[in-house]
Design a binder for this molecule. Structure first.
Ligand code: ZN
Length: 240
């Protein structure tokens, strides 16, 4: 058994396809999606269809939440707000219902999944520091939890204190808790433009972060054709 753990796809079809092809080549048997299927890029419906067809556990992200509502977007930055409104205009009622019905967090076998934080999953706070992670650990009842939202691949490990790892491969040890972020499929923000996800292999208790090149020119062309903000195309190449 091997899981592909991915999130923050953000309607980037080319990046998502690259991740799924790599996952298949790596012998993945199960998929798990950490939310933000839509938003920013130009293929929300196609990415959502793939996630639906995988029939995998999915949690709701803040962009998923906003895409199926009519509420005002004042607290989003202008780029995100523009993209959310565009996404609202390009999803039908059934697609919005699917997004609306996603849960904020879920238990999957022996691990938990959440988009943002476990201490307040619907408030969409960002886990960026050991202190942020400590608050979430207080509500983590499984040894392992996966989260997204920051678009930065990271792991926080709680032993006697919380330590942050910039990960490549991590072996889980008994007595410790792990809060791990696979990074973003469709809009990485750690300075590396390549799509990011992770493999979780329960048999060996290992997490392995993966980075993949994809056809970014096609993704950028689609953003321009959709008349989404040019900045969204440029930032993809910068990895921010
Ligand atoms: Zn996101």
């Amino acid at each position: 058994m091997r899981y592909a753990i991915f999130g923050d796809i953000h309607a980037n079809l080319e990046a998502f396809q690259a991740v799924l092809a790599d996952a298949s080549a790596q012998g993945v048997t199960h998929h798990v999606c950490l939310g933000d299927v839509v938003g920013y890029n130009a293929d929300p419906a196609a990415c959502m269809k793939i996630v639906q067809d995988l029939e995998c556990p999915v949690v709701k992200g803040n962009h998923d939440e906003q895409a199926c509502e009519d509420g005002n977007l004042a607290y989003f930055n202008p780029l995100a707000a523009h993209a959310i409104q565009w996404t609202r205009d390009h999803l039908d009622a059934a697609q919005k219902d699917w997004l609306r019905n996603l849960k904020l967090f879920r238990l999957v076998r022996n691990f938990t999944i959440v988009h943002a934080t476990l201490d307040s999953p619907g408030s969409w706070g960002y886990i960026l520091t050991d202190l942020d992670a400590s608050a979430s650990f207080s509500y983590q009842h499984t040894q392992l939890c996966f989260f997204g939202h920051t678009h930065v691949p990271r792991a926080f490990v709680r032993d006697t204190r919380v330590t942050e790892y910039e990960p490549s491969i991590l072996t889980l040890e008994p007595g410790k808790k792990y809060f791990a972020n696979p990074g973003s499929v469709g809009q990485p923000r750690d300075g590396d433009w390549r799509a990011s996800y992770l493999l979780y292999t329960p048999g060996t208790q290992t997490l392995e972060w993966r980075r993949l090149e994809y056809d970014i020119e096609t993704t950028q062309r689609k953003i321009r054709q959709a008349e989404l903000p040019e900045r969204l195309a440029l930032r993809l190449a910068e990895g921010f």
